[in-house]
Design a protein around this ligand. Structure first.
Ligand SMILES: Cc1cc2nc3c(=O)[nH]c(=O)nc-3n(C[C@H](O)[C@H](O)[C@H](O)COP(=O)(O)OP(=O)(O)OC[C@H]3O[C@@H](n4cnc5c(N)ncnc54)[C@H](O)[C@@H]3O)c2cc1C
Length: 573
């Protein structure tokens, strides 16, 4: 019988709430569900919230009775905030978090590089926001509680899983004994150690890195701005690397690399932790360090992915699908992009709006993204923790050069998590006008946010639907387009038309929303040269077609492509 921890986890800044477990009325009973999400981590919760926006009923099973232990993921990117805005939690994160855009890298005590993340008035969110993962999960749990389409069952652990042609059979253990769930679809969001992955014997491809880091959260008041600090080869930890991040509530994350050969047990000895943290604090000018430990752990980077995220009616997402180095804030930030990509596709398939083959594009797009990240993250991880003497020599030479030479400084900039452009997506229209645009988001890339004339932002007006962004001068959409949209809506697929109006006043008939653009800002961001141009935007905000002149025929073809509909086959439900 599953016995989750019933005492609150220990923390000096976060009060853990222990939720009551869900207990089956009759142990051994068989229950049914449309979609089951296994794991109420940041990715499982956000995926369930996104599916619920399309009217899909989800059951979320969580083995524990409380949110995650320790701060874990603490840095969230602007793209994540845009995704979390859809999940309804962005405002709470903005209010609770610390926002930043600068980073400093030091080599042997001297600053070698200052990172400045771009930010302008069209961005609703700051480039980076620091907040401990427990708060973020709490906000998502609250949002789930307010969403009637989702049931979250605490203390329910999946112990066996059997995908079959019509669905997935799960055995769920609880403090009152097990029960069986027959689900139409299942999402494995059960984290890096994914028991579901192991139960099915699925293997990850990729590498593990040898360098080990201690991750420690301490409480100390430091009069320093919220900026990322990276120290290469600091005098107290020669040859190794140290990172510092500020978290809300006077909590500081200090990550320091361990000398080769030191075990995690040795590194986590209280006297060893104290000596090293004191040394780091003294190095940055704290004469008499007084601090309190909240949580610490040992971490070593992995860069691995499943080669496919869809296995019949079971889909993997987040850390269950891949393990990526946390350097460059790639943990939860990558997982939300997976979840956002999966959620609308699974919802469309489950609602009968698209064939199951739509899910192949989820695996294609996100495995490609994971492989790109593995390539990039490999470079930054090798920079942080050089695996051989040769890599160390090269790294130190670059750092030394950067002390004196401007040209070498950008070499020190490792890429942080970013949105991926699905350039070779099977959902992209092959014969749109993408190459003819002189700028703007390319087909496959996420749309860009824009500050509108009334002070709101374009993304504030995007809903759970496909959006057709049409540029008009007066008050008419291109001929035949409203009728074509009526046709497309017959299948149940949610479509919305946003008319971007550059002249005149009032609403454009047949558009769901008219966005005045007298100052030309939206047109400029989209590089839309003239009236009649249009963007087709998927529910995850990625562009799947753009045209200089929209016609009903082109819209019809793009819609079929974006929904993976093969005209020559009858559409399965
Ligand atoms: C020590 C540590 C430090 C980290 N630091 C950073 C960082 O600084 N920056 C960063 O970006 N990322 C960091 N990460 C990674 C980040 O925490 C993860 O990327 C993120 O939590 C992934 O979310 P997820 O929802 O995919 O998985 P998880 O958060 O792992 O959630 C999985 C959930 O599934 C549940 N579960 C597991 N098995 C079962 C089962 N059989 N039945 C039911 N439920 C189950 C678990 O209890 C858990 O709640 C860190 C991770 C760790 C472990």
């Amino acid at each position: 019988m599953h016995q989750p921890q019933t005492t609150p986890r220990r923390s000096i800044y976060y009060q853990y709430k222990v939720h009551p477990p869900y207990l089956p009325a009759t142990p051994g009973e068989v229950q049914r569900a449309d979609v089951v999400v296994v794991g109420a981590g940041p990715v499982g919760l956000a995926t369930a919230l996104e599916m619920a926006r399309f009217g899909v009923r989800c059951l979320v099973l969580e083995s524990e009775l409380q949110v995650s232990e320790g701060s874990r993921a603490i840095v969230f990117t602007r793209r994540s905030m845009e995704i979390l805005q859809q999940a309804g939690v962005a405002d709470r994160i903005v209010a609770a978090g610390l926002h930043w855009r600068f980073g400093n890298s030091f080599f042997r005590g001297e600053r070698v590089f200052r990172l400045e993340a771009p930010h302008d008035e069209d961005d609703r969110f700051q480039p980076l926001t620091n907040l401990q993962q427990q708060y973020l999960e709490e906000f998502l749990v609250d949002a789930v509680a307010a969403q009637p389409a989702i049931e979250l069952r605490w203390g329910n652990r999946v112990t066996a899983i059997e995908p079959h042609d019509e669905g997935v059979r799960l055995t769920v253990d609880t403090p009152a004994g097990p029960y069986t769930l027959e689900a139409g679809w299942a999402v494995a969001a059960d984290g890096a150690r994914s028991p579901i992955r192991s139960l099915l014997g699925l293997k990850l491809e990729g590498d593990s890195y040898e360098g080990r880091f201690v991750i420690a959260d301490i409480r100390i008041r430091l009069e320093l701005p919220t900026e990322r600090l990276a120290f290469f080869d600091p005098p107290w930890n020669p040859g190794n690397t140290v990172l510092m991040h500020r978290e809300p509530g006077d909590i500081w994350r200090i990550d320091f690399q361990l000398p080769a050969g030191e075990t995690p047990e040795q590194a986590l000895q209280p006297e060893s932790l104290k000596a090293r943290i004191d040394a780091q604090l003294k190095m940055i000018g704290v004469a008499d360090p007084q601090w309190e430990m909240d949580w610490c752990s040992v971490y070593s980077a992995r860069a691995m992915t499943l080669p496919s995220y869809v296995h019949g009616r079971l889909c993997f997402t987040g850390d269950a699908a891949h393990m990526l180095p946390i350097f460059g804030v790639r943990g939860a930030n990558t997982g939300w992009q997976d979840g956002q990509n999966l959620a609308w596709k699974l919802a469309f398939v489950q609602r009968g709006w698209a064939p199951p083959s739509l899910l192949d594009s989820y695996s294609h797009e996100r495995v490609t993204a994971a492989r790109e990240i593995i390539e990039e993250a490999g470079r930054s991880t090798r920079f942080m923790t050089p695996p051989t003497a040769g890599y160390r020599l090269l790294r130190d030479a670059t750092l030394s050069l950067a002390l004196r030479q401007d040209f070498a400084r950008p070499l020190l900039h490792w890429r942080t998590s970013r949105a991926h452009d699905y350039l070779d997506s099977p959902l992209n229209s092959a014969d749109d006008d993408n190459p003819l645009f002189a700028g703007g988001p390319v087909t496959g890339a996420p749309l860009r946010n824009v500050r509108l004339e009334d002070g709101s932002f374009l993304f504030d007006h995007l809903q759970a639907a496909f959006h057709l962004l049409v540029f008009v001068e007066g008050d008419t959409l291109p001929a035949g387009v409203p009728e074509q949209l009526q046709q497309l809506r017959l299948s149940g697929v949610p479509w919305r038309v946003l008319a971007v109006r550059s002249r005149g006043q009032g609403d454009v008939p047949s558009a769901d929303l008219t966005l005045p653009d007298h100052n030309g800002r939206i047109r400029q961001r989209c590089a839309a040269p003239a009236a009649g141009a249009a963007y087709l935007v998927r529910p995850d905000q990625h562009v799947c077609a753009r045209w200089l002149q929209l016609t009903p025929q082109r819209l019809q073809e793009a819609a079929e492509k974006a929904l993976s509909v093969d005209r020559n086959r009858t559409q399965p439900t």
